[in-house]
Design a protein around this ligand. Structure first.
Ligand code: AMP
Ligand code: ZN
Length: 458
């Protein structure tokens, strides 16, 4: 079956064919490393991981590029406000370079805990300043820029196709705009280069043909994507919030620089929402993978929860839904563990599973096939082989799971053995004393005809 993916640009489900047979290039917008990632951000990376795994499952070799935004992302999409990195640095009392490194490491560890495959290429915005300056130069040479007192801006009114990705109603926006656009010519214009303030020394700034400053956020992604994947590659993805601004601007820059829309497919993950509002790092209170671990959840239970919803629908997060995902994952793990060693795959179940994931990554319906297969009367060795194949896409790491076997400390085992001997010798006072010691140390004894078992009190 041909893989079908929903392309936001065409607003339809399209058959996926790579530009180069057998090979797929994916660019996924990475984190802005001024703070930890919240589990909402990570839902987007789980979706992108499923995309990559499905492509690999189908036999493609995937070049997966993820950037680290370590500068230039302002607190407002309208190119005003502070640079998030400088703000994060002040909040943490560390240099912007240090927080970038610390939160990049934390992000990579989150990905690892969620069994998200490591991208084939990581690229940092601050390592690609010359590439960004070169692209801004091209846009300027083609007459699509203007200068204000705080930077060089892209003039969106000069590009007829501007905003097609988001189906932006440009006239409506212009008429309805009561907001102050400052020196910008129109609301949708965006910064390519921002000047460092005269009265302030920024931690992150570079020389450029336009003066000392730093690149706008959007140019980093299009410049790095082209460097690693070419002027037109297969798939560009990110969260749905990127459709109206960040990705619309990336496309505009690429149309002017290279005459392309940058990617053949634009895929967007919908949001994880909490009861009251969507997750927001700026609110200061947000759920991290570590928050889940602190509450004794396995991070893969969160991954399972993400798989229960289609990536193109918002998912409401509740602790009850995480509990259900945790129970389901536990059942799947124990079943898988109890089955005989893997033998042959069942082709019918595997085909039904593939049909679901190849229909725009429908993991929710694919999970229904998984459960039907797991409960079927196929030989358990066949079920194990089939589930192993399915797990190449699900990424639940079933093969490496083992039940936690309780280890009883040596001194407790010695007390249990002494009690056994005391009972054999009918020395009841000593046996009772030993029992008290064992119970006092936090263990329970269970005497039966087969002998005595001991376990930690639950
Ligand atoms: P940021 O670090 O803010 O640049 O965001 C990293 C990624 O997370 C981007 O692809 C965003 O679109 C995505 N994202 C942000 N908030 C959410 C959310 N609540 N649910 C899912 N994805 C999100
Ligand atoms: Zn991006």
């Amino acid at each position: 079956m041909t893989l079908k993916l929903y392309d936001t640009y065409r607003r339809s489900l399209c058959d996926f064919e790579p530009i180069t047979p057998g090979k797929v290039g994916i660019y996924a917008c990475g984190p802005t490393v001024y703070d930890y990632a919240h589990i909402g951000n990570l839902r987007t990376y789980v979706f992108e991981d499923i995309l990559r795994r499905v492509l690999e499952f189908k036999g493609f070799s995937v070049e997966h590029v993820v950037n680290i935004t370590d500068m230039g992302h302002l607190t407002s999409d309208g190119d005003t406000g502070e640079d998030k990195m400088e703000k994060g640095s002040r909040k943490a009392g560390e240099s912007a370079w240090d927080i970038a490194e610390r939160f990049t490491d934390a992000f990579k560890s989150d990905l690892n805990n969620l069994n998200i495959l490591e991208p084939t290429t990581w690229c940092r915005a601050t390592d690609h300043i010359p590439e960004q300056i070169a692209d801004i130069g091209k846009i300027e040479a083609k007459g699509f820029t203007y200068k204000t007192s705080d930077g060089i801006y892209f003039d969106t009114s000069k590009l007829d196709s501007y905003g097609y990705l988001a189906r932006l109603d440009k006239e409506g926006l212009a008429e309805g705009a009561r907001v102050d656009v400052g020196e910008k010519h129109s609301l949708t214009d965006f910064a390519l280069w921002k000047f460092s303030p005269m009265d302030d020394q920024r931690q992150m700034e570079w020389e450029s043909p336009w003066g000392v400053g730093f690149p706008g956020w959007h140019i980093e992604c299009s410049a790095m994507a082209v460097k690693y994947l070419g002027e037109k590659f297969d798939i560009h993805c990110g969260g749905k919030d990127h459709i109206p601004v960040h990705h619309s601007n990336e496309i505009a820059q690429s149309e002017v620089c290279h005459g392309t829309t940058l990617a053949n497919f634009w895929l967007h993950g919908y949001f994880l929402e909490t009861d009251s509002s969507k997750m927001s790092k700026s609110s200061g209170e947000f759920l991290r993978v570590q928050t889940l671990v602190d509450r004794e959840y396995d991070p893969l239970a969160y991954r399972y929860l993400c798989l229960t919803a289609h990536y193109r629908s918002d998912l409401k997060f509740t602790w009850e839904s995480l509990d259900s995902a945790s129970i389901a994952l536990g059942r799947l793990r124990s079943a898988f563990y109890s089955w005989d060693d893997a033998s042959d795959v069942d082709p019918d179940f595997l085909m039904r599973f593939s049909e679901q994931v190849e229909r725009d990554l429908n993991t929710a319906t694919a999970l229904a096939v998984v459960w039907e297969m797991a409960k079927s009367d196929l030989d358990s060795s066949v079920r194990k082989a089939t589930l192993l194949e399915m797990d190449r896409v699900l990424g639940l790491d079933l093969a490496n799971w083992e039940p936690i076997v309780e280890t009883i400390p040596e001194e407790i085992l010695l007390l249990v053995e002494s009690r056994r001997l005391a009972r054999q010798e009918k020395n009841w006072p000593l046996a009772d004393d030993l029992r008290d010691q064992i119970v006092g140390a936090g263990y329970e004894l269970d005497d039966s005809a087969a002998g005595t078992s001991v376990r930690r009190k639950g």
